[in-house]
Design a protein around this ligand. Structure first.
Ligand code: NI
Length: 255
């Protein structure tokens, strides 16, 4: 059984054929998924999907690219949603220095506010990091985010950073890039990180694994990620699938 810890089935790319996408995931052995919402529209859709599908859960947060748009009302809304029975985490949240819609200082402030909310409601957090590793690690430390822990989503950093995050009570989640031929760092991380701190995800519809790169990603392809991790670790697909699914259930508090 596979657990895809990061899907955007709430994205418009799935409007046309959501049921077929879900059916294909199930037939590839995907038993659970977390639908991640990151703004008003995608959060509402994530909750709706989690309420109508037993095997889907939701994570709610505010994306750093849109940090400049987050109001106190939004933060209060996230707090309210945190007690929803299908909401298992807060995020994605973090820092994104690739896009410049929101100034760094505002991103940091919005990130800190969401970490402190997570500690208040006692939910793990899902971290989005783009070109901002040093600041992310610093804020996680300063805010004592290890109290709730969480996921370094679609991790692309070094083994050294991965170990530092594990030290802070975070899981390392690998996605499509680990299957790319030229992706040296994710492959090194897959080899080096202990299986009990690893998760797998698709981040669909984005970051499609080899050999479907360039096409829309979907949760069925999480199997390709797990297969690649298994090959790198010298394990079977079943061993990686079971271990990462157990890790996810433990982190999200799913029985
Ligand atoms: Ni995402």
């Amino acid at each position: 059984m596979l657990f895809d810890t990061h899907v955007h089935l709430n994205a418009e790319q799935f409007n046309e054929d959501l049921q077929e996408v879900i059916d294909r995931a199930k037939s590839e052995g995907v038993s659970n998924m977390v639908v991640v919402g990151f703004d008003e529209i995608t959060i509402k859709k994530a909750i709706e999907l989690a309420e109508t599908h037993e095997f889907l859960y939701a994570s709610v947060g505010w994306h750093p690219v849109d940090a400049i748009d987050m109001t106190q009302e939004h933060l209060d809304w996230l707090k309210e949603l945190a007690s929803h029975p299908k909401v298992v985490a807060l995020g994605e949240m973090g820092l994104d220095y690739y896009w410049d819609k929101s100034p760094k200082e505002i991103q940091k402030e919005v990130f800190r506010k969401q970490i402190s909310l997570a500690k208040e409601v006692n939910l793990p957090i899902i971290i989005h990091n783009r070109d901002a590793t040093a600041d992310i690690v610093e804020i996680l430390k300063e805010e004592n985010a290890g109290e709730v822990g969480g996921i370094m989503h679609c991790f692309s950093g070094s083994v050294e950073t991965a170990l530092e995050c594990i030290e802070m009570n975070f899981y390392i989640s690998l996605g499509g890039p680990v299957t790319f031929k030229n992706a040296k760092k994710p492959k090194e991380v897959a080899e080096a990180i202990p299986l009990d701190r690893l998760l797998v995800e698709t981040d669909c519809p984005y970051l499609t694994p080899h050999p479907y790169r360039g096409k829309r990603n979907e949760p069925a392809y999480v199997k390709l990620v797990a297969e690649q991790v298994a090959e790198l670790k010298g394990l079977t697909l079943e061993e990686v699938a079971d271990a990462t699914a157990q890790n996810a259930k433990k982190l999200f508090g799913i029985k």
